[in-house]
Design a protein around this ligand. Sequence first.
Ligand code: FAD
Length: 470
Amino acid sequence: STQLVWLRHDLRVMDNPALYDASQHGPVTAVVTLTPKQWQQHDRAPVQVDLLLRHLKTLQQALGDSGISLKVCQVDDFAAVPEALLALARQLKITHLRFNDQYEWDERIRDDAVETAFQAAGYSVHRYLDQTLFAPGQLLTGQGDYYTVFTPFYKRWLSRLLEVDLTPLPAPNHQSGPVEHDPLPTQLPGWESPIASTLWPAGCEHALARLDHFVDEHLINYDTQRDLPAVEGTSTLSPYLALGAVSIRQCLQAVMAHTQGQVPTGKDGPGRWVAELVWREFYRHIMAGFPRVCRYRAFKTETERLSWREDPEGLSRWQAGQTGFPLVDAAMRQLVQTGWMHNRLRMLTAMFLSKHLLIDWRLGEQFFMQHLVDGDLAANNGGWQWAASTGTDAAPYFRLFNPYRQSERFDLQGEFIRKFIPELHSLSNKSIHQPPTSQCDQLNYPHPCVDLKEARDRVMHAFDAIKVEK
Ligand code: FAD
């Protein structure tokens, strides 16, 4: 038999279920599909596409070392994928198509269409679980429903861990066929990234080195350092997890090497980090169980009646890091300048837009996707809906992070603010969180775009209104 492995968000040679299984069965060719028009519709960020293209180069090399060619199908969008893959399959005379599952709505439609087309043409199709330890639908409540709250999901996840083989799969068997790669584009027109590629080095080796560095140096202090944006306290693995350059099993194995072979469950550094990986799984299950969240719908459907404000100026000040709230602005500038934002600040800026400015969370979700190197529909949508109190585990609607208090708590010395807002460099550690209005003009820094008390009353009123209507 001859095998075609379709690589998607699982762009690695090691611990790749579809690739490994294919390599047990016969000569293997791998393929990636590039769909720029679809990416545009999905608001994919140029910085992420840039990382993807550079990563594919390294992957091609690694596949070649295993005797596997990487073919490239470039088409406009997902609708064109089945025909393009079928044409390749015919040309290569393959018998089996194998790929690892994805759970986003459009991706599932695409994958089902590919499967149907291949089966109709007489090929055998095999799909694998890869992105999460448990497939969506495998962890359900006693009533047979998807979990809609994180903590019980997490407990069930932990209680069923023994059923899962956490050992990463080895490299695929070496293939003997001649290696005939397709050329890979280094750039796609319109997708040039303004962010220096050195910021996000490509390749699985780099991703694994980042993982090792994190578990060796920072895992132990993750619980105390993870909320401090000026500190290197988190793994920054998210861009690599999003591409599949590193797998969930590889992450857990690296942790377990430090915890006597156990998956840590406590509230200490290792336990907290594993819990974050479970949040990643949780939002994937939510996306599969409640596909409306992929389609611009609120998880809590009653919140669709909220009267969001039309405020193009507020939106553009938020996007540009010019709200007049230093930590919010520093965070937004970090996003635009680096393609990444610290988790504490994602929560703060998302709440600021959706609560303090009462602007529709979907506009923020979109802006994040357009700029994040780790843009991931499940995590991004989950995070936004959490912040806006429209989602699972939603922060109660009356909970608003005070941007000044958050700043004093998590950026005490103003170190992070100074890094991204040079205008405020000269302010003292005390006044940098809330620059005196008398100095704003002189510093060329904007006055606050909203009064916090009025903003709070406004959002309370908006949520109260939909409660009454219920
Ligand atoms: P670490 O703290 O080292 O965590 C390890 C990994 O766990 C992360 O790489 C990520 O894969 C996963 N993870 C951590 N926190 C979460 C979480 N809250 N939800 C889901 N997975 C999590 N994460 C993305 O990967 N892509 C996104 O597009 C994204 N958008 C977000 C938008 C908002 C409004 C919010 C509040 C959060 C968002 N997150 C997103 C989750 C989280 O902020 C990032 O995963 C994290 O900041 C990445 O940094 P890290 O790799 O250093 O994380």
